[in-house]
Design a protein around this ligand. Structure first.
Ligand SMILES: Nc1ncnc2c1ncn2[C@@H]1O[C@H](COP(=O)(O)OP(=O)(O)OP(=O)(O)O)[C@@H](O)[C@H]1O
Length: 179
């Protein structure tokens, strides 16, 4: 079973999935690293500083581990296009901007990502593609707190367990913060 840990760049996917992997023993695929290390991309988009990926190729590469009994977490901003269950990390625009600027992103790339977060782009794609979608707030919270929430969600995904209301999608509205 694949579980997407997804969200706009800078929301903390890699940091949180690292904790889930190293401290809680989950199996994690860091998809963006895998795509680069195994050249699973079609081309590099130098202008947008990213790679263009063929999802069919990626899916084929991951298919041997899809049948694992234990959940496999996929860390990537496109993981929700592959998994049936999506956990979307959300970060308020002001905090996301600070994190992206700290990483040295160019202003245009910061703006593009902030706009995507304000417009719920990844959440909408998740709802369109996945059977189950959860949202977790990372704003003003430690990575450990976020990792605990993700763990609680994964524990809840078992037959007969009621969905956890507190992570129901639709809690955030940052549409008023688009500049
Ligand atoms: N909960 C948090 N609180 C404060 N800072 C955080 C938090 N989570 C992540 N960060 C910081 O934000 C930055 C981005 O985190 P990270 O690389 O995990 O994000 P990401 O979603 O994986 O981004 P990308 O999609 O670009 O790989 C890092 O500098 C990290 O230390």
């Amino acid at each position: 079973m694949f579980i997407a840990l997804t969200g706009t760049p800078g929301c903390g996917k890699t940091s949180v999935s690292g904790l889930l992997e190293n401290e809680f023993g989950y199996r994690v695929v860091h998809l963006n690293e895998l795509i680069k290390s195994e050249n699973l991309f079609i081309e590099e988009d130098k202008q947008r500083d990213c790679v263009v990926t063929d999802l069919d190729v990626v899916q084929k590469r991951l298919s041997p581990i899809e049948e694992f009994e234990n959940p496999v977490i996929i860390d990537s901003h496109m993981a929700h296009l592959i998994a049936d269950i999506s956990i979307v990390l959300r970060t308020a625009p002001g905090e996301l901007k600070k994190r992206l600027e700290k990483r040295g992103y160019k202003p245009a790339k910061v703006d593009e990502n902030i706009e995507a977060e304000c417009l719920d782009v990844i959440l909408v794609e998740s709802v369109e593609n996945c059977e189950m979608v959860f949202e977790v707030d990372t704003t003003g919270r430690s990575m450990s707190e976020v990792a605990e929430d993700v763990r609680e969600i994964i524990d809840s995904i078992s037959p007969g367990h009621p969905p956890l209301d507190k992570f129901k999608p639709g809690a955030f509205d940052w549409s008023g913060e688009i500049f």
